[in-house]
Design a protein around this ligand. Structure first.
Ligand SMILES: Nc1ncnc2c1ncn2[C@@H]1O[C@H](COP(=O)(O)OP(=O)(O)OP(=O)(O)O)[C@@H](O)[C@H]1O
Length: 525
């Protein structure tokens, strides 16, 4: 019996740990780097020492083989599995890198597309801009009939504000969108609202608030066109005579979309005998938001209170707000930040710049009286109607009208003191060309879609423009117009600028009847 047989007898029924067996059987043990304990083993020392350390004694059936094949196959499996895990990880990592790269490329492409269309969007996870109206069907399941109606309105391509505002609203994101006058803001909010409401349910689910009745009617006209294929009921909140209140209440209770000025809506909500449920309202749209927030501090604060009341009434969880405006104002931006979660700010073109499709000129008139002289001169040189003239207040609108009525030009005026029927009549006559020159206050005329107007005269420089005359000059410059040097050399007075931003300047009367010059007023004109 040799040493091997003795060892075999002694160790009968015992098994060696796999690692030890491996080491023993492994001719190049010292080359195995990653094996933990193997690194500590002195290859010159006797295997038995190592075996002592590594032996695990467990009882085995008598006939068991000292080398357990199963153990080997386990080892292999582990090895194979190890490789598999590594590969999986690598594949996952590779996939992640590819996805990241694709995301970055997509984002870059989206930004390039936005830049191309003058769109700036700031906010978290801004949805991609629309390439085409047909995108709406694929991306948002918008009904084909709505898309067809949009096309039937003659809208082949979305305008820039529509490209970005529509997908945002379709993803239920609250937005503050600023885009120039005439850039298609109305359809930008009506398309997603029409999609969101779907079929009629009875009871308001969307509110559109805007500063004037004229604008409300204009939005309504656009809404009727775009909702031609739907059964939704839309209404403009009309005058609220005592005798009509109950009738209005009934109409609103049956309507899906209500368009109103904030004043009227709040007046109706505040009536004791009126019960209107706005809890199902999904969208509150504020059009011409800048106009609603500006004005005297009292007006602005009235509007804020009205907004609070409206939002409190539209208390449903799903309620969203979208603001649309031609200019970007800090007051609106602040309100949005405070009241609109997950806000996306959209700007089309440069903020507060004039459109470069319009030629603009500054005309230096010297004094208040000089403006009338300059105006008459323009008429003598031959005005090409239709002409819109903006003045600062209804009193000044009346004064200018009184001056021009006998000048042989077909002129009329709209201001808050005229009845609704009178205003509608005047706007209609202006549209069909019976009136050549229409005088209006900025608030009245703002937002009304007067197509084909040939000339707009800002008879009274808008107060906000006076206060920022330097920026106005740069606005003109940016839109490629000539800027007279005096406009650039006007002194900047911070206090005056601040005051003018909230208070319209006092001006002399518009009149050719001579009055005593008032030094203080003259300075301001
Ligand atoms: N995608 C479009 N393609 C062609 N025309 C359009 C498109 N969208 C809107 N319009 C038309 O452009 C005109 C101006 O649109 P809209 O009155 O909505 O502009 P707006 O941005 O609201 O202007 P404002 O600031 O004066 O209210 C309208 O006559 C409207 O029918």
């Amino acid at each position: 019996m040799d040493a091997y047989d003795i060892f075999k007898k002694l160790t009968k029924g015992l098994t060696f740990k796999k690692k030890v067996l491996n080491i023993k059987n492994e001719p190049h043990v010292d080359n195995i780097q990653p094996v933990n304990k193997a690194e500590e083993i002195d290859p010159k020392s006797e295997e038995v020492d190592s075996a002592d350390d590594e032996l695990s004694i467990k009882s085995e059936p008598e006939d068991s083989e000292p080398e357990d094949n199963d153990n080997h196959s386990d080892d292999d499996l582990q090895l194979v599995e190890g490789v598999k895990i590594g590969e999986k990880k690598r594949k996952k990592k590779r996939k992640e890198v590819t996805e990241d790269l694709q995301k970055k490329l997509d984002l870059e492409e989206q930004n390039r597309f936005r830049n191309e269309h003058g769109i700036k969007a700031v906010g978290r996870h801004v949805p991609a801009a629309l390439r085409d109206f047909t995108d709406l069907v694929q991306r948002y399941n918008v009904s084909q009939s709505l898309v067809d109606t949009v096309k039937e309105c003659g809208y082949e391509e979305p305008t820039p504000v529509q490209r970005q505002a529509v997908p945002c609203m379709l993803e239920d994101r609250q937005i503050y969108a600023c885009a120039p006058t005439g850039s298609g803001k109305t359809a930008a909010f009506l398309i997603p609202v029409l999609h969101a409401l779907g079929a009629p349910q009875g009871g308001p689910r969307a509110l559109v608030l805007c500063p004037t009745r004229e604008l409300a009617h204009q939005i309504h006209r656009e809404l009727l066109r775009l909702s031609a294929a739907s059964e939704l009921r839309c209404t403009v909140l009309r005058n609220l005579k005592e005798s009509k209140i109950k009738e209005r209440e009934t109409t609103i209770r049956k309507s899906d979309i209500v368009i109103s000025t904030p004043n009227r809506l709040c007046y109706l909500l505040n009536q004791d005998n009126v019960n209107i449920n706005l809890s199902k309202v999904k969208w509150v749209i504020i059009d011409e938001a800048d106009k609603l927030f500006e004005g005297s501090p009292e007006q602005a604060s009235d509007f804020r209170q009205q907004m609070e009341q409206v939002l409190a009434a539209c208390a449903g969880r799903q309620r969203r707000v979208a603001m649309f405006s031609a200019t970007h104002t800090p007051a609106v931006a602040r309100w949005c930040r405070r009241h609109m979660r997950g806000l996306i700010n959209l700007t089309v073109g440069h903020r507060n710049t004039a459109t470069n499709l319009v030629d603009q000129q500054l005309m230096f008139c010297g004094s208040e009286a000089g403006k009338l002289v300059a105006f008459r001169q323009l008429v003598q040189e031959g005005l090409k109607p239709p002409v819109l003239v903006f003045v600062q207040s209804k009193d000044r609108a009346k004064q200018l009208f009184k001056e021009l009525i006998y000048d042989g030009i077909h002129v009329d005026v709209i201001h808050a003191d005229r009845t609704q029927a009178q205003r509608d009549n005047v706007v209609r006559s202006f549209r069909v060309g019976r009136i050549w020159v229409l005088i209006c206050t900025e608030l009245m005329g703002r937002g009304i879609d007067f197509r084909g107007v040939n000339l707009v005269i800002n008879y009274d420089f808008p107060p906000s423009a006076i206060s920022y005359v330097h920026s106005i000059a740069s606005v003109l410059k940016q839109s490629g117009c000539e800027v007279p040097s005096y406009a650039l050399s006007l002194p900047q007075n911070r206090n005056k600028r601040k005051r003018l931003a909230t208070h319209a300047p006092r001006r002399d009367q518009i009149s050719t009847v001579l009055t005593k010059p008032d030094k203080k007023k003259k300075k301001q004109s």
